[in-house]
Design a binder for this molecule. Structure first.
Ligand code: FAD
Length: 446
């Protein structure tokens, strides 16, 4: 019987094991907990949610809602157990974390095709088809082995991410395109200019905003040391520190005033389609609600929708644009797959989605078939496309967002909610027509 090995029974590894086992492939699933734990896990259960108990928005006007629906239709175990253990959470899907993790654990332990081994894996298994899904807190020996496999520059240990905005929500009348001193194309950046008064108000708001508790104080110390100082920390160094740092206005002339602004926030394109822009140098550990409130004080961003907010935590993630195919398979070793947060997706659902792709494709390899990339029109396909095609120089973990998906064809639909619904409907139609032939399993009906 064809066989694969899965390393790590978190969100991604659990889903990968399930998908492969559902296809008649034998799976050996390694999980080091409870013998060896991580800084954030508390139990020995599979698919433990280490922080929030929310799998985020449930509606199809929400990209993560679409991602979940695609997974549900593809027989996802994570989705089955999430829905079975849902707790009231308004428009979001939140779960009873223990019921959810216990449900996933029982389903995998009882599956006739799955053998669970509670051992730490210290090397990448060098034989057969393998899915490595050991997460952002991969144990030291395995992290070192992955580092040797990928090369030093291809693995980051700290994730200090700046927020990303959807360009459609930026007020272009208030911003101007220009590179500092006209370098590059001359108009690579979008600049949000501030007057002295606006800067002072922003500075005060930043100082008084609330910081999220560091998950691990050690993370913060090392991160600061490594030079990815959060904006709020820079602000704390004095009223002008930001004007000499990420908000410096030198080399920029606002064409509407003919003068240099007092301070500037620069936005840099973040994806090839030009739909997403990140706030340059604005990595932050402020609470998400405070980030939205404070960053909307930036001229032009008053109505901005953030596709990702800033985060700082220890996070082992690979430079997937250099290392992986959109099927989750390594570019250099056939039959070796990676999945989950370590591939540069961000979030529980995104990690499980990566596990679904790797599990299906590892099973295909074991069965002598070629791995298959999901269609770009689907949220799963667009997420995998993003992490394998983003700019490798600035690669940072990413949540699913409509901005990652191909725009609709035909005349522009003005209403944004209607447009999101249409992108979701298109995704589910493409999935329904593609999945049965491509994946050999019928996509579940609505
Ligand atoms: P994990 O779920 O961590 O699974 C990896 C598994 O591999 C673990 O069970 C681990 O024990 C095991 N393992 C590790 N090394 C080995 C080894 N050598 N041998 C055998 N087994 C091994 N996302 C959200 O959506 N919401 C949040 O609130 C959230 N909070 C987070 C807080 C922190 C502190 C961190 C680090 C991340 C957070 N994330 C959050 C991001 C992400 O969604 C989670 O980390 C998610 O669990 C990633 O899924 P995964 O399967 O990639 O990794």
């Amino acid at each position: 019987q064809p066989h694969i090995t899965v390393v790590g029974a978190g969100l991604a590894g659990s889903e990968a094991a399930w998908q492969a086992a559902s296809r008649g492939v034998r799976v050996t699933l390694y999980e080091m907990r409870p013998k060896v734990s991580t800084a954030v896990h508390r139990t020995g259960l599979f698919a433990e949610l280490v922080c929030s108990n929310s799998l985020r928005g449930a509606s199809l006007e929400n990209a993560v809602g679409l991602l979940k629906e695609e997974m549900r239709r593809l027989g996802s175990l994570v989705m089955r157990e999430a829905l079975a253990n849902a707790v009231p959470a308004g428009g979001a899907l939140a779960v009873d974390r223990t019921g959810f993790a216990a449900g996933v654990t029982a389903a995998l332990e009882q599956h006739p095709n799955i053998t669970v081994v509670r051992e730490e894996v210290r090397e990448i298994p060098d034989e057969g088809v393998v899915v490595v899904a050991s997460g952002p807190l991969t144990s030291e020996p395995l992290a070192a082995a992955i580092l040797r496999f990928t090369g030093e520059k291809a693995l980051s240990f700290y994730d200090a991410a700046a927020p990303i905005v959807n360009i459609e929500t930026v007020n272009m009348e208030k911003v101007f395109r220009m590179s500092r001193y006209g370098k590059g194309e001359g108009d690579d950046y979008l600049n949000c200019p501030m007057t002295k008064e606006e800067y002072e108000a922003f500075y005060q708001a930043l100082l008084s905003a609330e910081k999220a508790m560091p998950h691990n104080p050690e993370d913060e110390r090392v991160c600061f040391f490594e030079g990815c100082l959060p904006v709020e920390e820079i602000a704390r160094r004095g009223p002008d520190a930001l004007r000499y740092g990420p908000m410096k206005p030198v080399g920029l002339i606002d064409p509407r005033t003919g003068r240099r602004p007092w301070a500037v926030v620069q936005l840099r394109q973040d994806n090839a389609a030009g739909t997403l822009y990140n706030l340059v140098g604005f990595q932050t550990s402020l609470k998400w609600g405070d980030q939205i409130r404070v960053f909307r004080m930036i001229p032009g961003l008053e109505q901005a929708e953030f596709e990702r907010l800033g985060v700082i935590h220890r996070n082992t993630f690979m430079n997937s644009p250099r290392l992986l195919h959109p099927t989750g398979e390594s570019r250099t070793r056939t039959g070796l797959f990676f999945a989950g947060q370590m591939t540069g997706v961000e979030g529980y659902v995104e990690s499980a989605a990566g596990g679904l792709v790797a599990g299906i494709n590892a099973a295909r390899r074991a069965l002598g078939q070629e791995p298959i990339a999901f269609p770009r029109e689907t949220a799963i396909g667009s997420l995998m496309h993003y992490i394998t095609h983003a700019d490798p120089e600035h690669f940072q973990p990413m949540n699913i967002a409509f901005g990652l998906m191909p725009p609709l064809e035909g005349p522009t639909v003005k209403d944004r909610r209607a447009r999101k619904r249409m992108i979701s409907e298109r995704a589910l139609e493409v999935l329904a027509s593609w999945a049965p032939a491509a994946l050999g399993l019928p996509a579940a009906a609505e």
